[in-house]
Design a protein around this ligand. Structure first.
Ligand code: RNT
Ligand code: ZN
Length: 423
């Protein structure tokens, strides 16, 4: 039997097995196909950006390690890489850009001077690619972020600088949303915090609140722009306090109807983002996720199909919230082939979603309601060895993307043909 036929046969048998358990595989695949994953642009170049400023300057705990050859050196290379990545992914993607990736030409454009025009090239390229864009203010990698505080700075000039920057990035995001006919999510993450014990946490948080109020003064149509705010527990050099903590942003989001962005690297190691989804969705219409893999700390390793990611996917699906939860990726590993990193990470999230969609949820719920807890646990365990891989492979086949290990070869070829020439 040739390879394609064996994938088809395996799928037929797998589908029958899921059917016996009351799971509709075709319905699961239909749902999966419509889930958009927002690819973070910053894995292409180690969060460098293409401004004239020094890309090595990061701060706030964004630490990229590794020097694997082939990183994108300019926007053309970045697009080339993203096109290659997307050609290896099933399903639908978006692209999540940072403000530091504008097309500024040779001129240095200050962050408080950026405009939609600097992103028109991205909007046009994305349209051709059939992608929608999401966007972020870039409140790090800048001399005015060096003091450890941006939107919560006690230095009024610095605070205003970042307020102006973020007002502008919202305007750019709204313009993206308008042109692409799909709402753009604008996410705010700031590095603000302090290494050692501060005595004026209150003032910094009051300043952050004031800045956000100023930034959000202008309303945009909700089908052009939605705002999300991303909390964090700590960063390197900000171990003792992070101004934008989870309590702070959750309270702010609750009181203003903003989206909260949950990055699963931004919590205590035993705290689970999966558990937060059904809690927050009782009060907020929508939320945003940054899917990542923290290894001992917020290390931003490439996402793999681990229990943490599976739990998040299960909770989205079990809460029937695929349309209320916006899924983005956030990792940056410079120690392996960067294109391969994207493919591994995105596929891992998609696989987690598929695994969740193939759950015999009705049976599990019935067991739970009847107090049949052994049966519930047993069935959840059994699902782990069902032929989920056969469903996934067939999905990739239908989507016309590399099946299984084929993408390893594709990544190797791209490395040889393109990446290895970037020296
Ligand atoms: C940092 C946050 C933030 C960044 C990106 C580059 O800890 O996770 O989302 O990773 O904005
Ligand atoms: Zn993040």
């Amino acid at each position: 039997m040739n390879k394609t036929n064996s994938i088809r046969e395996a799928f037929k048998l797998a589908r029958a097995q899921y059917q016996h358990l009351g799971v509709d595989v075709d319905l699961a695949l239909d749902k999966l196909k419509n889930v958009e994953i927002s690819l973070h642009c910053w894995q292409t170049d180690d969060v460098g950006g293409f401004e004239a400023a020094d890309p090595a300057l990061k701060g706030g705990g964004i630490a990229v390690t590794g020097n694997y050859p082939g990183k994108a050196r300019n926007i053309a290379e970045m697009r080339q890489d993203l096109e290659e990545v997307i050609s290896m992914l099933p399903g639908r993607q978006r692209l999540n850009l940072h403000a530091s990736y504008g097309e500024f030409g040779k001129k240095f454009v200050e962050r408080d001077e950026i405009e939609p025009a600097h992103f028109q090239g991205w909007i046009d390229w994305a349209r051709e690619m059939g992608l929608a864009l999401d966007f972020n203010c870039t409140c790090f990698s800048h001399p005015k972020a060096d003091g450890g505080f941006t939107l919560s700075s006690k230095d009024e000039e610095i605070r205003q600088f970042w307020v102006e920057h973020t007002k502008r990035t919202r305007a750019i995001a709204a313009e993206m949303g308008r042109q692409q006919g799909s709402c753009c999510i604008h996410n705010i993450w700031i590095p603000d915090g302090s290494k050692d014990i501060p005595v004026d946490r209150f003032a910094h948080r009051a300043l952050l609140k004031r800045s956000l109020d100023e930034i959000f003064q202008l309303d945009y149509p909700r089908d052009h722009l939605k705002d999300s705010i991303e909390s964090k527990l700590f960063g390197i050099g900000a171990e003792s306090m992070t101004v934008g903590s989870h309590d702070f942003y959750l309270a702010y989001a609750m009181s203003t109807g903003k989206l909260i962005c949950l990055d699963n690297g931004h919590f205590h190691p035993t705290e689970q983002v999966g558990d937060k989804i059904s809690a927050i969705l009782q009060f907020l219409d929508e939320l945003m996720l940054h899917m990542t893999r923290p290894v001992r700390w917020d290390s931003d390793h490439v996402v793999t199909l681990n229990e943490e990611i599976q739990f998040i996917a299960q909770e989205i699906v079990r809460s029937n919230a695929l349309e209320r939860v916006h899924i983005g990726l956030d990792f940056f590993d410079a120690s392996i082939n960067r294109i391969g990193a994207y493919v591994i990470g995105t596929r891992a999230v998609q696989q987690a979603l598929l695994f969740a969609l193939l759950e015999p949820i009705e049976t599990l719920r019935t067991y739970e309601e009847k107090g049949k807890l052994f049966e519930r646990l047993a069935l959840m365990e059994l699902m782990k060895s069902k032929p989920f891989g056969a469903v996934w492979d067939h999905y990739c086949l239908l989507e016309g993307v590399p099946v299984g290990e084929e993408y390893i070869i594709r990544v190797q070829q791209y490395e040889k043909r393109v990446l290895s020439n970037r020296i």
